[in-house]
Design a binder for this molecule. Structure first.
Ligand code: SF4
Ligand code: SF4
Length: 211
Protein backbone atom coordinates (compact mmCIF):
# COMPACT_ATOMS: atom_id res chain seq x y z
CA UNK A 1 0.00 0.00 0.00
CA UNK A 2 1.24 3.45 -0.86
CA UNK A 3 1.49 5.62 2.22
CA UNK A 4 0.91 9.37 2.41
CA UNK A 5 3.73 11.89 2.51
CA UNK A 6 2.81 12.70 6.11
CA UNK A 7 3.03 9.05 7.15
CA UNK A 8 6.29 8.58 5.28
CA UNK A 9 7.94 11.61 6.91
CA UNK A 10 6.79 10.46 10.34
CA UNK A 11 7.87 6.87 9.68
CA UNK A 12 11.33 7.93 8.50
CA UNK A 13 11.83 10.27 11.44
CA UNK A 14 10.98 7.52 13.93
CA UNK A 15 13.29 5.10 12.14
CA UNK A 16 16.22 7.49 12.03
CA UNK A 17 15.83 8.35 15.70
CA UNK A 18 15.62 4.71 16.64
CA UNK A 19 18.64 3.83 14.55
CA UNK A 20 20.80 6.65 15.86
CA UNK A 21 19.87 6.20 19.51
CA UNK A 22 20.69 2.52 19.02
CA UNK A 23 24.31 3.24 18.08
CA UNK A 24 25.03 5.98 20.62
CA UNK A 25 27.02 4.99 23.68
CA UNK A 26 25.27 4.60 27.00
CA UNK A 27 26.97 7.81 28.14
CA UNK A 28 25.69 9.78 25.13
CA UNK A 29 22.13 8.53 25.61
CA UNK A 30 22.43 9.29 29.32
CA UNK A 31 23.41 12.89 28.48
CA UNK A 32 20.27 13.30 26.32
CA UNK A 33 18.15 11.79 29.07
CA UNK A 34 19.56 14.22 31.62
CA UNK A 35 19.10 17.12 29.22
CA UNK A 36 15.38 16.43 28.76
CA UNK A 37 14.61 15.99 32.47
CA UNK A 38 13.42 19.57 33.14
CA UNK A 39 11.16 19.35 30.09
CA UNK A 40 9.66 16.09 31.33
CA UNK A 41 9.00 17.72 34.71
CA UNK A 42 7.25 20.54 32.87
CA UNK A 43 5.19 18.04 30.87
CA UNK A 44 4.21 16.28 34.07
CA UNK A 45 2.94 19.59 35.48
CA UNK A 46 0.94 20.35 32.33
CA UNK A 47 -0.58 16.86 32.35
CA UNK A 48 -1.45 17.27 36.00
CA UNK A 49 -3.07 20.67 35.36
CA UNK A 50 -5.11 19.22 32.50
CA UNK A 51 -6.16 16.23 34.59
CA UNK A 52 -7.25 18.32 37.55
CA UNK A 53 -9.11 21.02 35.67
CA UNK A 54 -10.13 19.68 32.28
CA UNK A 55 -10.93 16.01 32.64
CA UNK A 56 -14.56 16.74 33.55
CA UNK A 57 -15.32 19.00 30.59
CA UNK A 58 -13.34 16.83 28.16
CA UNK A 59 -15.12 13.68 29.33
CA UNK A 60 -18.50 15.33 29.01
CA UNK A 61 -17.94 17.04 25.67
CA UNK A 62 -15.76 14.54 23.85
CA UNK A 63 -14.84 11.24 25.36
CA UNK A 64 -18.39 10.10 25.94
CA UNK A 65 -19.52 11.18 22.47
CA UNK A 66 -16.17 10.34 20.84
CA UNK A 67 -16.08 13.60 18.92
CA UNK A 68 -12.84 15.04 20.25
CA UNK A 69 -11.51 17.94 18.21
CA UNK A 70 -8.15 17.25 19.83
CA UNK A 71 -7.43 14.03 17.95
CA UNK A 72 -10.02 14.40 15.19
CA UNK A 73 -7.65 15.90 12.67
CA UNK A 74 -5.39 14.30 10.14
CA UNK A 75 -1.73 15.25 9.89
CA UNK A 76 -1.05 16.66 13.34
CA UNK A 77 2.18 18.69 13.47
CA UNK A 78 5.01 16.99 15.29
CA UNK A 79 8.50 18.33 15.85
CA UNK A 80 11.54 16.15 15.37
CA UNK A 81 12.35 16.65 19.06
CA UNK A 82 8.90 15.26 19.95
CA UNK A 83 9.88 12.11 18.07
CA UNK A 84 13.30 11.92 19.74
CA UNK A 85 11.87 12.14 23.23
CA UNK A 86 9.02 9.79 22.52
CA UNK A 87 11.27 7.09 21.07
CA UNK A 88 13.69 7.52 23.96
CA UNK A 89 10.92 6.97 26.49
CA UNK A 90 9.02 4.24 24.64
CA UNK A 91 9.33 0.49 24.80
CA UNK A 92 10.45 -1.29 21.66
CA UNK A 93 6.95 -2.64 21.00
CA UNK A 94 5.42 0.82 21.38
CA UNK A 95 7.72 2.16 18.67
CA UNK A 96 6.88 -0.86 16.52
CA UNK A 97 3.21 -0.05 17.05
CA UNK A 98 3.68 3.50 15.76
CA UNK A 99 5.58 2.29 12.69
CA UNK A 100 2.97 -0.30 11.96
CA UNK A 101 0.16 2.22 12.26
CA UNK A 102 1.97 4.62 9.91
CA UNK A 103 2.45 1.92 7.30
CA UNK A 104 -1.26 1.09 7.32
CA UNK A 105 -2.54 4.20 5.59
CA UNK A 106 -4.34 7.26 6.88
CA UNK A 107 -6.41 7.68 10.02
CA UNK A 108 -9.31 9.00 7.93
CA UNK A 109 -10.80 11.96 9.73
CA UNK A 110 -8.83 11.14 12.85
CA UNK A 111 -5.20 11.39 13.77
CA UNK A 112 -3.26 8.34 12.58
CA UNK A 113 -1.86 7.95 16.11
CA UNK A 114 -5.22 7.63 17.80
CA UNK A 115 -5.65 4.12 19.13
CA UNK A 116 -8.58 2.44 20.89
CA UNK A 117 -7.31 3.57 24.28
CA UNK A 118 -6.16 7.01 23.21
CA UNK A 119 -2.91 8.38 21.88
CA UNK A 120 -0.30 5.79 20.90
CA UNK A 121 2.58 8.07 21.82
CA UNK A 122 4.08 7.62 25.28
CA UNK A 123 4.87 11.34 25.42
CA UNK A 124 2.48 12.97 23.02
CA UNK A 125 3.60 15.88 20.81
CA UNK A 126 3.78 19.26 22.51
CA UNK A 127 1.23 20.74 20.10
CA UNK A 128 -1.31 18.18 21.35
CA UNK A 129 -0.42 18.65 25.00
CA UNK A 130 -0.93 22.41 24.88
CA UNK A 131 -4.13 22.36 22.81
CA UNK A 132 -7.37 23.36 24.48
CA UNK A 133 -10.44 23.93 22.36
CA UNK A 134 -12.33 27.18 22.74
CA UNK A 135 -15.21 25.58 24.57
CA UNK A 136 -12.98 23.90 27.14
CA UNK A 137 -10.99 27.11 27.58
CA UNK A 138 -14.12 29.22 28.05
CA UNK A 139 -15.80 26.74 30.39
CA UNK A 140 -12.83 26.19 32.67
CA UNK A 141 -10.70 29.31 32.39
CA UNK A 142 -13.40 31.78 31.41
CA UNK A 143 -14.40 32.96 34.84
CA UNK A 144 -11.43 31.85 36.90
CA UNK A 145 -8.66 34.40 36.64
CA UNK A 146 -6.28 32.55 38.95
CA UNK A 147 -6.58 29.40 36.87
CA UNK A 148 -6.17 31.38 33.67
CA UNK A 149 -2.95 32.85 35.01
CA UNK A 150 -1.67 29.39 35.87
CA UNK A 151 -2.36 28.24 32.32
CA UNK A 152 -0.68 31.32 30.84
CA UNK A 153 2.34 30.64 33.03
CA UNK A 154 2.53 27.09 31.67
CA UNK A 155 2.31 28.47 28.13
CA UNK A 156 5.21 30.80 28.85
CA UNK A 157 7.20 27.91 30.26
CA UNK A 158 6.53 25.91 27.10
CA UNK A 159 8.28 28.63 25.13
CA UNK A 160 11.49 28.08 27.09
CA UNK A 161 11.75 24.75 25.28
CA UNK A 162 10.22 25.57 21.92
CA UNK A 163 10.60 29.27 21.10
CA UNK A 164 14.06 29.82 19.60
CA UNK A 165 14.59 33.44 20.64
CA UNK A 166 17.20 31.78 22.85
CA UNK A 167 18.85 28.35 22.70
CA UNK A 168 16.05 25.83 23.25
CA UNK A 169 15.85 22.09 23.80
CA UNK A 170 13.79 21.39 20.67
CA UNK A 171 16.43 23.02 18.47
CA UNK A 172 19.27 21.32 20.35
CA UNK A 173 17.81 17.84 19.88
CA UNK A 174 17.49 18.41 16.13
CA UNK A 175 21.07 19.61 16.03
CA UNK A 176 22.36 16.36 17.55
CA UNK A 177 20.84 14.43 14.65
CA UNK A 178 21.89 16.95 11.99
CA UNK A 179 25.48 16.72 13.25
CA UNK A 180 25.20 12.96 12.83
CA UNK A 181 24.19 13.43 9.18
CA UNK A 182 20.40 13.03 9.41
CA UNK A 183 17.78 15.20 7.79
CA UNK A 184 14.01 15.23 8.13
CA UNK A 185 11.12 17.51 7.09
CA UNK A 186 10.17 17.43 10.78
CA UNK A 187 13.29 19.46 11.65
CA UNK A 188 11.36 22.71 11.69
CA UNK A 189 13.97 24.50 13.82
CA UNK A 190 16.40 24.13 10.92
CA UNK A 191 13.88 24.41 8.06
CA UNK A 192 10.92 26.62 8.90
CA UNK A 193 11.51 30.17 7.58
CA UNK A 194 9.57 31.60 10.55
CA UNK A 195 11.62 29.77 13.18
CA UNK A 196 14.88 30.47 11.32
CA UNK A 197 14.04 34.20 11.34
CA UNK A 198 13.49 34.14 15.10
CA UNK A 199 16.80 32.32 15.58
CA UNK A 200 18.66 34.75 13.32
CA UNK A 201 17.21 37.75 15.16
CA UNK A 202 18.35 36.30 18.46
CA UNK A 203 21.89 35.61 17.16
CA UNK A 204 22.17 39.17 15.72
CA UNK A 205 20.95 40.63 18.98
CA UNK A 206 23.49 38.61 20.96
CA UNK A 207 26.42 39.50 18.70
CA UNK A 208 25.51 43.22 18.85
CA UNK A 209 25.48 43.05 22.65
CA UNK A 210 28.84 41.34 22.81
CA UNK A 211 30.46 43.71 20.20
S1 SF4 B 1 -9.91 20.17 24.78
FE1 SF4 B 1 -11.89 20.38 23.79
S2 SF4 B 1 -11.80 19.09 21.96
FE2 SF4 B 1 -10.14 18.46 23.32
S3 SF4 B 1 -10.96 16.76 24.51
FE3 SF4 B 1 -11.25 18.65 25.70
S4 SF4 B 1 -13.28 19.37 25.20
FE4 SF4 B 1 -12.68 17.89 23.62
S1 SF4 C 1 -0.68 12.55 18.33
FE1 SF4 C 1 -1.93 11.65 19.91
S2 SF4 C 1 -2.70 13.36 21.16
FE2 SF4 C 1 -1.95 14.17 19.22
S3 SF4 C 1 -3.74 14.28 17.88
FE3 SF4 C 1 -2.74 12.30 17.51
S4 SF4 C 1 -3.72 10.84 18.86
FE4 SF4 C 1 -4.24 12.88 19.57
Amino acid sequence: MEISEYNRDQWEAIQMVRRHLGILSRGQVGRIRRRIRPYLRFRGEVADFQRRHFSEVCTEKCFTSQTSACCGREGIATFFADVVMNVLLSKREEVEGLLQRLSQGTGGFKCIYLGKKGCLWRLKPIVCEMFLCEQARDTVLGKDEALRKQWEKLRRREKRYTWPSRPVLFDELEEIFIQAGFDSPLMYFHRSPGLLRIKAKHINHRSKRSA
